[in-house]
Design a protein around this ligand. Structure first.
Ligand code: SF4
Length: 427
């Protein structure tokens, strides 16, 4: 019996298959599919580590997780997959703790787990043209789940200079609308109240499909064909690729969550150019203002990078003022870290201490913005989706802490906040 304990506190059985998911919602969706593939292959006694490569810190955490898995389950097969394994399979194959290394395409196929003849099975991800078939297997979502991620797109055709993701996930490819709608319908029939559409470059959905439909068309079809879907949420969006129909649905359709997370990355035009981003500061601020005018209750979040190479004090100041001018409430701050294959790694780097200080300043700015957002909710009431005991989430993504929450939806009165989440009681 291993030293590891399951979420319910019981020792993990020696024949158990555990999946440890690092990184993004896409990895979370794929870990569900991997569980089904491993079951179909009758895989037993294994720990699968689904890695991320977005920052150097993410890769360090992957290695740490692998070592811990080996320590806790000395008898288990340790299988490493995900973007870090896809980008640098040899580095993981060289770890004595590792039994197998699988690519991002291979990890979703049951035969990969049935046939253990190859220790390293990682194909050229740039050669992958199809979305993996895992969308069809919707039976992973137990009715207990309050939110399910539906992957509608994978890969990316852009080459932002700081980003390694295309090298882990390949070029952009879309799931057919019919398969997405079937998956959403099955999840809703299983009682799932919230669906999150996810992808690497979500707004490029459809570009590779007949007639090149846009994401707005997909959202419209989902809402039409799944009338019982209570709430649809979108994961990160590229501001410059938001089509007009999507804009209207996000601002006029009650069932579309009033929350958008935008891939803004920076607030200075020169840095945006050096990042090879496709929008300007003014375009980002204008879109946020349009969204807020059309739907005042919409909450906006953004990914922002601190300390990009050649960033001056003035650029860093542009980054801070962007938070207010774009009316952002939720920030994901990434301290710049040079990535293999990404051109920014060859640009003149800032000293690590300055990157750290700029990230801290940006996070502090984010805390201020979030506190302002939470203050505006205090004294009001609203209905939140209960995610787990003591925690719920509003449609605009605001977190709520409350005792004795009865789900799936709870009507709550907000009495205060702790800087991160609202504090509430039953209304
Ligand atoms: S759009 Fe840019 S940041 Fe996003 S995945 Fe593609 S290359 Fe990376």
């Amino acid at each position: 019996m291993s030293a590891r304990l399951a979420p319910n506190g019981a020792p993990v059985r020696a024949d158990a298959v555990e999946i440890v998911t690092l990184g993004c919602r896409l990895n979370a969706a794929e870990s569900d599919a991997m569980a089904a593939a491993a079951r179909a292959a009758n895989l037993t006694g294994a720990v699968i580590v689904n890695t991320c490569a977005v920052t150097a810190e993410a890769v360090r955490q992957a290695r740490q997780t692998i070592r811990r898995a080996r320590r806790d389950r000395p008898e288990a097969q340790i299988i490493v997959t995900g973007c870090a394994a896809q980008i640098d399979p040899d580095a993981f194959a060289a770890m004595p703790e590792v039994d197998r290394v699988l690519g991002n395409a291979e990890k979703l196929l049951a035969p990969t787990f049935a046939d253990e003849s190859e220790r390293v099975r990682v194909s050229d991800i740039m050669a992958v043209r199809e979305m993996a078939p895992h969308l069809a297997r919707a039976d992973d979502a137990g009715s207990s789940r309050t939110r399910a991620y539906v992957q509608v797109q994978n890969g990316c055709d852009h080459r932002c200079t700081f980003c390694v993701i295309p090298f882990g996930r390949g070029n952009a490819r879309s799931a057919p609308a019919g398969a997405v709608i079937d998956q959403v319908r099955r999840l809703v029939e299983q009682g799932c109240p919230e669906i999150v559409l996810t992808g690497v470059d979500l707004t490029s959905w459809g570009a590779d499909l007949p007639g090149a439909p846009q994401l707005g068309a997909l959202v419209a079809r989902i809402l039409r064909h799944v009338p019982d879907l209570p709430r649809l949420r979108l994961s990160s969006l590229d501001v410059i690729e938001m089509d007009e129909r999507l804009f209207r649905l996000c601002t006029e359709e009650e069932r579309v969550a009033p929350h958008l997370h935008l891939s803004l990355q920076h607030g200075a035009d020169l840095i945006l150019k050096r990042m090879k981003r496709r929008h300007s500061r003014a375009e980002a601020i204008a879109l946020c203002a349009r969204l807020k005018r059309a739907r005042p209750e919409i909450a906006l979040g953004a990914d922002l990078i601190a300390g990009f190479p050649t960033e001056t004090d003035a650029h860093a100041q542009d980054q801070l003022t962007l938070v207010d001018e774009a009316q952002l409430s939720f920030l994901h701050v990434f301290p710049f870290s040079p990535r293999p294959h990404a051109p920014a790694a060859k640009m003149p780097q800032l000293p690590p201490a300055r990157i750290k200080a700029r990230a801290a300043a940006l996070r502090a700015k984010g805390d201020e913005a979030l506190a302002r957002h939470l203050d505006a909710w205090v004294g009001k009431t609203a209905t939140a989706l209960v995610e787990r005991p003591g925690f719920a989430r509003l449609p605009d993504f605001t977190g709520v802490r409350a005792d004795d929450l009865a789900g799936p939806f709870a009507r709550l009165a907000f009495t205060g906040h702790d800087g991160a989440d609202l504090i509430a009681e039953a209304a």
